[in-house]
Ligand binder design. Structure first.
Ligand code: PRP
Length: 184
């Protein structure tokens, strides 16, 4: 889906498909250099990370394994409750493995700070984070992504995996959502 297809629901395009692909290419080059000579297991956080994982992994000129987790941070009311539950666990034993968690956005940081602590307890050789976007609130959480595409302001963004009510994930660009869509 192109931004023009849902023009009325957007206030603007933050990052175009071309900008996203260029940024992921830079991140892939860095990852390739950092993990040279080591095996790599990329762990995507469903569902939003599907697009980033697909493009980042294909940007690597080397072998990589992929696995997926699904977590819910809405188990008990709002995200601020701090409750995170595993809905789908890894199929892979990560003990002794180099793990790179891939997500499309860090917002409050709750999901990934919990996930990193959970994965760390499984004794991986290393665990790092790659995220395409990070919001300012995340800076207050104990989450330190090694690879970040862009820091963005606290706006409601959709596209490239990011949804509003399960829609807009298939938008090629990352865009800001018009207030009338979310009743603002
Ligand atoms: C999004 C995103 C991150 C998380 C970030 O997932 O993929 O995993 O929120 O938010 P946080 O930093 O405030 O924890 P979401 O729970 O919306 O699920 P989805 O990937 O299925 O859209």
């Amino acid at each position: 889906m192109e931004a023009a297809d849902v023009e009325k629901d957007l206030t603007g395009v933050l990052f175009t498909e071309a900008q996203i692909q260029a940024k992921l290419g830079e991140m892939a080059a860095q990852i390739e250099a950092d993990y040279e000579g080591r095996d790599l297991l990329m762990v995507g956080v469903l569902r939003g990370a599907v697009m980033v994982m697909a493009d980042l992994a294909r940007g690597l000129g080397r072998h990589v394994e992929m696995d997926w987790m699904a977590v819910s941070s809405y188990g008990s009311g709002t995200k601020s409750s701090g409750v995170v539950r595993i809905l789908k666990d890894l199929d892979t034993d990560i003990s002794g493995r180099h793990v790179l968690v891939v997500d499309e956005i860090i917002d409050t940081g709750l999901t990934l700070s919990w996930l990193i602590s959970n994965l760390s307890s499984r004794r991986p050789a290393s665990v790092e984070i790659a995220t395409l976007l990070r919001k300012p609130d995340a800076l207050a959480m104990p989450v330190e992504p090694k690879y970040i595409g862009w820091d963005i302001a606290n706006e409601f963004v959709v596209g490239y995996g990011l949804d509003y009510d399960e829609r807009f994930r298939n938008l090629r660009d990352i865009a800001t959502l018009a207030p009338h869509v979310y009743g603002g």
